[in-house]
Design a protein around this ligand. Structure first.
Ligand SMILES: Cc1ncc(COP(=O)(O)O)c(C=O)c1O
Length: 378
């Protein structure tokens, strides 16, 4: 039987909730279900303000607009990352500056970030790779000293923490993703988490096409009109209904993922002892959420061997991000960006992600472990 890489857990409760939303004609954007879900996310994360967005990519775009980031500004982000952040920065006419990652966690290396700060740096955007927190103490200190805005790309980080605090709420702003591959899903969806009230008010105007519709709906103004720049960053209540159920199931879904992650971690210990692979490093203050289980093979040849072997056994495993700094787009349009980032290259060329989702049985997880060991040692 084929083992998929990921599979969203959609049960009867999700079907009931979406059907009910349809029956009750809750299909529009930013409707009552979206509002409820926003409030619930704020409660769960402890974030003072939350705005539900069509995806995490657009949460980042909204924030960049709200902060007036534009031409001449620089934003530092990891090269080992999803392309969304780089695109969001470019869309504003600002310049992405790519930083190196740390070997154990594959998160931004704060020392490298500090070296890349200039007078033009307006923002630093760490990614919490696989739901393992970046070093938020070190990054916070760099931003406090330089005046750069710290934004957490916690797209993969729901329910993960740094010093006990949920990811996405440690910096002044952050985002979570509810894409179909994430721990909790709305199919497509995201949330922008903001600490400061003034910035939140700006962001909700950006979300609602540059109008003060949100203030109008709260009864604060008697009509709504165009007051600022904006776009349309609202989510259909149909998807919010799905997300509402997933949020209530989050402990159950997280527990299942953690169980599988732990099986992999323990089951592959011997390969690490032999120096053939490295397992993820979880820093002392990080509480992870088992979003990804990755291993880093000791060579690119071994990465390819593992992927090929698992594929031959009907197990879907895969590599991950291709470096942004040396991508075809960056080579053509950001010629200054293609400097040496060896840890980033290593992660791209040697990393393997194993199947991980809440519905994966322990029996299948044991088969994945056995076949991974077979691939490495035969
Ligand atoms: C680190 C990171 N940032 C951003 C995103 C984009 O999220 P979304 O698909 O919700 O826009 C992803 C999605 O995989 C991601 O992994």
């Amino acid at each position: 039987m084929k083992i998929p890489f990921t599979r969203p857990s959609i049960g009867a409760a999700e079907v009931r909730a979406v059907t009910r939303a349809l029956r009750e004609r809750h299909i529009g954007g930013n409707g009552p279900i979206s509002k409820r879900v926003q409030t619930r996310i704020a409660e769960i994360t402890g974030s003072p303000h939350a705005l539900l967005t069509p995806n995490a990519t657009q949460a980042m775009e909204m924030l960049l607009i709200a902060l007036n980031i534009g031409p001449g500004d620089e934003v530092i982000l990891p090269s080992f990352s999803f392309v969304s952040m780089a695109n969001a920065v470019l869309t504003r006419g600002a310049t992405p500056v790519f930083s190196e990652i740390d070997r154990g966690t594959l998160n931004m290396d704060p020392k490298d970030v500090a070296r890349r700060i200039t007078k033009r740096t307006k923002m630093v955007m760490p990614v919490h790779y696989g739901g393992i927190s970046s070093d938020m103490d070190a990054l916070g200190a760099i931003c406090a000293e330089s005046g750069a805005f710290l934004f957490e790309d916690a797209a993969q980080g729901i329910d993960a923490t740094w010093r006990g605090q949920p990811l996405g709420t440690i910096a002044p702003a952050g985002c979570l993703s509810f894409h179909e591959t994430k721990n909790l899903t709305a199919g497509e969806g995201g949330v922008l988490l903001i600490r400061d009230l003034e910035l939140f008010h700006r962001a909700e105007i950006v979300q609602e096409k540059g109008t003060n519709r949100s203030a109008f709906l709260r009864g604060e103004v008697d009509k709504y009109t165009w007051v600022d720049r904006g776009g349309s960053y609202v989510v259909s209540d149909l998807l919010a209904a799905l997300l509402e159920v997933q949020l209530e199931r989050r402990h159950e879904l997280l527990a299942r993922r953690m169980e599988i992650w732990r099986l992999y971690y323990d089951g592959l210990a011997d390969l690490e002892r032999k120096g053939l692979i490295a397992r993820p490093v979880i820093p002392e203050h990080a509480g992870h959420n088992a979003h990804i289980f990755f291993l880093v093979a000791e060579s690119h040849a071994l990465q390819m061997k593992i992927l090929k072997h698992l594929k031959s056994k009907d197990i879907s495993a895969t590599f991950h991000f291709q470096p942004l700094h040396s991508s075809p787009f960056a080579s053509k349009h950001l010629p200054g960006a293609n400097y040496a980032l060896p840890e980033t290259d290593r992660a791209a060329l040697q990393l393997v992600r194993l199947p991980l989702f809440s519905g994966l049985s322990k029996k299948d997880a044991r088969r994945v472990i056995a076949e991974t060991i077979a691939a490495v040692t035969t």
